[in-house]
Design a protein around this ligand. Structure first.
Ligand code: UGA
Length: 425
């Protein structure tokens, strides 16, 4: 059933939700406090790089299904459901900082009436209860529903349009049903209490982050004796109890969610006198992995005065311009901090000092002693490796994403070091 909805916060989750909801026919009003962002969005300028988003933004604006305002109160005026998609960054102790969320709840309380307030931001377990209490204190009786988001950057719209499942939690059964039917795409829906819904989000990201770290540890274990990680993960993936996803080894997990949510879950556990040692280990191993990679790169240039390291990729993964907690950026900065010149190219992401940004992948390889591939952009596989070899000063490619075809690298006369594989060349 189509509805009039408001979305508060035009970050990557809010914008994807708003644009996707308008695309499927809902009427969407977005409240965003950043005036420049609102002006750009009204002019059909999409502030983030996300496949398909710019086109559907234009579609929604032209169809009159999508409007943007700097006033949250105005955004919710005619809405039946109000989605909160504001940031909940890490506070200094690792917990999620709810300052912005609470301020929006206070601002909207006098204007919600019986509209359904939907919490989509990633929030600690117990936030639904606390937000409900906050509203009641302000005399507002609006039902509060938790509806965590599972979008991945780079495939956010596709994930929105074709979710694996939906989770909706509230103490108000009618509100749960209303939110569940809103985006009924025929996928399984978990209708539950608010705390379970809030925990599902953290549990999912924590589990996936731990899985990535397992794959990375298996890759390390392959390298020493000379085994092949692809054979190991392919076989693991064929066991239906395990499944094939999130077993790709690399420079470690990054982005705006896994590291932040892992810290928040550890903080939540601590608050209850509990421990999640496997998650704590994943966070620790992830950080030391990037230190170890940087040290391994520097070990290759100890004899070189004025060493130059090339970096292909800055984004935390392909398909996005996001560099938040990016392993690529982190590794580049660690190398630069220890005295090597780092020059980088990314098709979408940017970086500043101490990394020198280049115009092309070939530029970033030119004059380098070592070339590090840190983000799995498919276009890197189309580079002319003979030209790259010619342009480099050294001959070592450290491929942290196992991206390049080993045969092609060998033919170009380059040495190829991959993750969880015997070195070649
Ligand atoms: C993640 C979750 O996958 C989404 O479901 C969730 O909605 C989102 O966080 C969020 O909480 O908002 P995202 O941060 O976009 O999505 O990125 P992922 O694709 O999950 O990748 C996370 C990190 O793990 C990246 O650094 C990626 O390179 C790494 N990774 C992922 C691997 O190293 N190997 C893999 O096999 C998979």
């Amino acid at each position: 059933m189509l509805a009039d909805i408001a979305v508060i916060g035009a970050g990557y989750v809010g914008l994807t939700l708003a644009v996707g909801a308008a695309h499927v026919g809902h009427t969407v009003s977005v409240g965003e406090r950043d005036q420049k962002r609102v002006a750009a969005l009204r002019n059909r300028v999409c502030p983030i790089f996300e496949e398909g988003l710019a086109d559907l933004l234009s579609e929604g604006l032209v169809a009159g299904k999508l409007t943007f305002t700097t006033s949250n109160v105005e955004a919710v005026e005619t809405a039946e459901l109000v989605f909160l998609t504001v940031p909940t960054p890490s506070a200094s102790n690792g917990s999620a900082d709810l300052t912005v969320l609470n301020a929006v709840v206070d601002e909207l309380a006098p204007h919600l009436g019986d509209k359904i307030l939907v919490l989509k931001s990633t929030v600690p377990v117990g936030t639904n209860r606390d937000v409900t209490a906050r509203l009641r204190t302000a005399g507002c009786l609006a039902p509060v529903v938790s509806n965590p988001e599972f979008l991945r950057e780079g495939t956010a719209l596709a994930d929105f349009l074709h979710p694996d499942h939906i989770v909706v939690g509230s103490d108000d059964a009618d509100a749960v049903k209303r939110v569940a039917e809103l985006f009924d795409q025929g996928c399984p829906v978990t209708m539950t209490d608010p705390m379970s819904a809030e925990l599902v989000k953290y549990a999912t990201n924590a589990y996936l982050a731990t899985r990535v770290m397992m794959a990375n540890s298996f890759a390390d274990l392959c390298e020493a004796p000379g085994a092949d990680i692809d054979a190991v993960t392919a076989s693991l993936g064929r066991d239906h109890r395990i499944g094939p996803h999130f077993l790709q080894p690399g420079p470690g997990f990054g982005g705006s969610c896994f590291p932040k949510d892992a810290r928040a879950l550890l903080d939540l556990a601590g608050e209850h006198g509990l421990d999640v040692p496997i998650l704590a280990a994943a966070v620790k191993v992830n950080a030391s992995r990037q230190e170890r990679i940087a040290a391994a790169v520097l070990a290759e240039v100890t004899e070189v005065s004025e060493p130059v390291v090339g970096l292909w990729g800055l984004a935390f993964k392909a398909g996005t311009d996001d560099t938040r907690e990016s392993p690529a950026l982190n590794i580049g900065e660690l190398i630069a901090a220890r005295g090597a010149n780092v020059q980088a190219y990314d098709p979408e992401a940017v970086a500043g000092d101490p990394i020198r940004l280049c115009e092309s992948a070939l530029d970033a390889a030119t004059g380098t002693d070592v070339l590090v591939i840190a983000t799995e952009w498919p276009e890197f596989t189309g580079e002319d490796l003979a030209e790259v070899a010619e342009a480099m000063r050294g001959d070592l490619v450290i491929d942290l994403r196992n991206l390049l075809d080993p045969e092609a690298v060998r033919t170009a006369g380059l040495r190829h070091r991959r993750v969880g594989k015997p070195e070649q060349g």
